[in-house]
Write a protein that binds this ligand. Sequence first.
Ligand SMILES: [Zn+2]
Length: 121
Amino acid sequence: MGEHHVPLQIDENNNVTKVGHDMGGSYEIKEAVQLELFSTSSIDIYEQCILCGIETTTLKTTHVDFRTGYIEGAGQLCRECYMKGSAEGRQHISIPKHYINSYPNDMELGAKVRQFYYENY
Ligand SMILES: [Zn+2]
């Protein structure tokens, strides 16, 4: 087994521009490619929600004027946390799941939902 050496052509910026021999199927590199050896997690490019900590869909590079859910002086909120505090977010209510089975009579269920609403919202 012989050792194989592959010549590299390196330009003035230390970028590899060519791999291999001219006569032996060399590979020309058209533009310098920055190789990412350690994949950085996407958390590095997206803002985190200041309330719940999840990764938002807002890029850190997005100007604050073009963001949704950005609170000046505080930071970025995810959509869910942002909606909680908005008028639109308050137009929905949640009822305990067991209500559906606990009150098989629709009229009774309706009364319980209404009661729950007045007690909790
Ligand atoms: Zn959140």
